[in-house]
Design a protein. Sequence first.
Lengths: 397, 160
Amino acid sequence: MNPENFIADHIKSLPRSGIRDFFAIVSEMPQAISLGIGEPDFVTPWKIREASIFALEQGKTSYTDNRGLLSLRKEISKYCASFFGPEYDPVSEILVTVGVSEAIDIALRSILNPGDKVLYHEPCYVSYAPSVTLAFGEAIPVATTPGQEFSLDPEAFEKAWQPGCKILMLNFPTNPTGGTADREKLERLAKFAKDKDLIVISDEIYAELTYEGEHVSIASLPGMKERTLLLHGFSKGFAMTGFRVGFGCGPDWLIDAMMKIHQYCMMCAPILSQEAAIEALVNGSEDVMRMRDQYHKRRDFVIRRFNEIGLSCHLPRGSFYAFPDISITGLNETEFCHRLLREQEVAVVPGTAFGDHGVNHVRASFSTSYEKLVEATNRMESFVDCLDSENAHSAAI
Amino acid sequence: MSDLLSVLQETADPRPERLAKILGCTAEDVESELEELRKNKTLLGWMPLLNPTHHDLEQVRAVIEVKISPEREGGFDRMAMRISKFEEVESCYLMSGGYDLLVFVTGKNLRSVASFISERLATIDGVLSTATHFLLRPYKDHGHIFEEESENQEKPSVSP
């Protein structure tokens, strides 16, 4: 039996996530300080966990409506109206999914015919391009740049457009850069989406973790609700990664199409997670603000330290990631990460794990305690100083 | 709340040099703000949070509900201050409800706490009655949970 014959061609050619390779190395060094974690270091607030435990005690162990508990969809509708702006009908315009990742997958599969094109910005979350490939679409990356602090660049999208583009995929604030999108640029992009008749998939999972200015959803702009799928979830702001619960809000025809896939492949999100999500939306806002304030302070510390060390770093306006430029060290991003791990036992992630446009950068999460951040940045300072001495020595020779 | 107070509440290491690094200022700046906080009595002092179940630190703690007679001038204050001054008294609060003062007392052993209550506290003129409850086992103190949930060993150290 030749296993090669049994793996689909488009899976064979799908590259492994660069982050997985790096994870394999770090997992063998449990003593290392990891700034490579893409999730909150906070445990889910107790009141949310307790709601899930209570639901279990009450014997809530069944499937739910494929679209999710109606009580949860009603709370999502209220939350979206107050936080993002648009009002969605809980019955027909909201689908509860197993995290935002599932929502992205089924949205792409619902919309794309083979060969349809998707514009997305890069560096970006690791799953975007592979998800497009898995839906037999063509991913067209559009660079966000350090010069613009990796924020939305509508002009770059306009230039990258080509016939066959069907979807515009956005993620602001962005993992891994912390870039955001202001209202003016979103308005220009909205006009572009309307002119070119594009559907927008807007992953706004880090929306609550915006530190500068207000978060603006493209779905809230005039004429955009009917062509935007707003994706959000509980993993980041509410520190509920393991609950695996997210949602999509959009026009009923798109939610219906996504439902067709969701009902066959997933059935529904776990009921205990949905019960926890209700508690999060009803009573969790103070916890979100508490965690957000902590990230905000840690961000200010980490960015200042990186710039002191000589690793030029823009101020991430959202998310919990710093994305410093490491080119001054003379190493490429992969060498930098491997040597930093080996020599100082600090783990950061190569920027190219998030697409080719992450070259010369590394992602460092500040979702960890002050103690670890202080120690990790001290070790990075020693590392960079050693590299400086090495480079000076080489130059002298 | 100032940034310094906020960081102080989060960090286990209050050295000014370390705080200065976190806050992006000089150690002198931190010292001067600490001095100001002490002066205006926002910051009253430092106290390590010890694990009372640790073998070397084992003490007997009791919480005592005390009924007292209020005085014509000063109400409960003079009595509360008098009780607070005993070194065995860890904390003392004026309460609403069925009794007047809630007094936390510590001692080396059961006998020392019992004798303090019966010989010193209950005998004060104006103390009408006491009801003593010995603390058996701590679960949470000053926001610290003594038996933390075990850290998730399988949580990945790098994730997307």
